[in-house]
Design a protein around this ligand. Structure first.
Ligand SMILES: [Zn+2]
Length: 227
């Protein structure tokens, strides 16, 4: 990323600090509960299968994907992908992640509105995340106000995407805890640790949203100053 010196950079500092905190929190919490086996001994892929079937989602496949914390639900292909570290693990962390991803599959199948909004805005946000920087930097250098404005509009799509991600993520975790509890997959003493893992994961999304909002504010201030 390209930062040149300007005082509005100060706006980003709290967001950067919070992002660092969120990163430390997720890796610490995840590592800790990756070492704690869940009492009932189901693997994450067993859990995902059970929870999906419970919701009538027998058509959703479960696959293994490389990497660490790369777990995700792919709505287009109806595939729930669990990372190497999670897939066959029986840890509280792995079970929590599997249920969370299954929560996204349930959101998708039940037409959960924020998820639909998020998927709709995703292509614009993805285009905007690279284009907005180019437009804004070029606009600032050339003192071309309209170019900055267009860049800001694209960046607003990025901010909206990050904000709409928050209810989607919190809701998937809420569903995960409910499904794990109702099905008896985890015991009542394991609810709090499972929540800790999912809440730590949610912090990284909050950090990303905060960073995007502060960045937008910064762009608006810069554009007004150059006008
Ligand atoms: Zn998620």
């Amino acid at each position: 990323m390209f930062f040149y010196y300007d005082p509005t950079f100060i706006l980003l500092i709290p967001a950067i600090l919070f992002s660092l905190y969120a990163q430390t929190k997720i890796s610490g919490t995840f590592q800790r509960y990756s070492r704690v086996a869940s009492r009932n001994g189901y693997t994450a892929s067993d859990v995902a299968r059970r929870v999906l079937d419970m919701n009538g989602l027998n058509n959703v496949r479960i696959e293994r994907v490389r990497g660490n914390l790369t777990d995700h639900y792919d709505p287009r292909h109806k595939v729930l992908r669990l990372s190497d570290t999670v897939h066959s693990s029986t840890s509280i962390a792995a079970v929590g992640v599997a249920a969370h991803e299954a929560g996204h599959a349930v959101q998708h199948s039940t037409g959960y509105v924020p998820l639909f909004m998020r998927n709709t805005i995703a292509p614009v946000a993805s285009f905007g995340s690279s284009m907005s920087w180019v437009l804004i930097m070029a606009g600032l250098l050339m003192r071309w106000f309209e170019l900055i404005q267009i860049g800001i509009i694209f960046f607003t799509a990025v901010v909206l995407f990050q904000l709409i991600t928050l209810p989607v993520e919190f809701n998937a975790s809420k569903r995960a805890i409910a499904m794990l509890t109702d099905s008896g997959i985890i015991t009542s003493e394991e609810i709090t640790p499972a929540k800790k893992v999912l809440n730590a994961a949610a912090l990284t999304y909050v950090a990303a949203a905060l960073t995007a909002v502060m960045q937008l504010l910064r762009f608006v201030l810069l554009s007004n100053r150059r006008r």
